[in-house]
Design a protein around this ligand. Structure first.
Ligand SMILES: Cc1cc2nc3c(=O)[nH]c(=O)nc-3n(C[C@H](O)[C@H](O)[C@H](O)COP(=O)(O)O)c2cc1C
Length: 137
């Protein structure tokens, strides 16, 4: 029997390009459409200056998607913080969850990220929670 393709997970940060007015609803609409079609799940956070994104799914699809995202001129200085193969998805229920500073619900964001990432690797979880905390500042 053929083994299922491994699930690859990429966590990266990037910086919004100078003079770029970020149209997040547009980015999210395209991301969700493509990610649904490619069985990619994940999380995108934006603090007004930096993006933090987790992409996970079949290896080929994640590589292809990340290559497209890397070339996107709306952001720059993409730095991969973690790249690994996981046994199962850690963000399975999110086609591309999203949080930014307009989520003024403060502690609720941090709690949400904490509970949704309970199964995630502790280092990855710490990165996400720290970024989510920054959104409150
Ligand atoms: C911060 C950021 C995150 C993005 N995330 C995704 C994503 O998760 N999936 C995706 O397909 N495109 C994402 N994009 C958009 C891609 O860079 C690219 O514009 C898009 O995939 C092109 O899709 P199209 O050929 O269907 O128009 C993102 C762009 C930015 C700036």
């Amino acid at each position: 029997m053929q083994r299922a393709q491994p699930i690859e997970q990429i966590l990266y940060i990037s910086t919004v390009s100078p003079r770029e007015t970020v149209d997040l609803p547009a980015i999210l609409a395209v991301a969700r459409r493509n990610n649904d079609a490619d069985a990619i799940t994940g999380l995108l956070m934006f603090n007004g200056k930096r993006f933090l994104q987790v992409l996970e799914g079949p290896q080929d699809a994640v590589e292809r998607t990340f290559e497209r995202i890397r070339r996107d001129s709306r952001h720059r200085a993409q730095v991969v913080l973690a790249r690994k193969t996981v046994e199962q998805r850690e963000f399975g229920e999110w086609s591309m969850a999203y949080r930014d500073r307009s989520h003024r619900d403060g502690a609720e964001i941090v709690n949400d990220i904490c509970s949704k990432t309970a199964a995630a690797n502790p280092n990855l979880r710490a990165e996400l929670v720290a970024f989510a905390r920054q959104l409150q500042e």
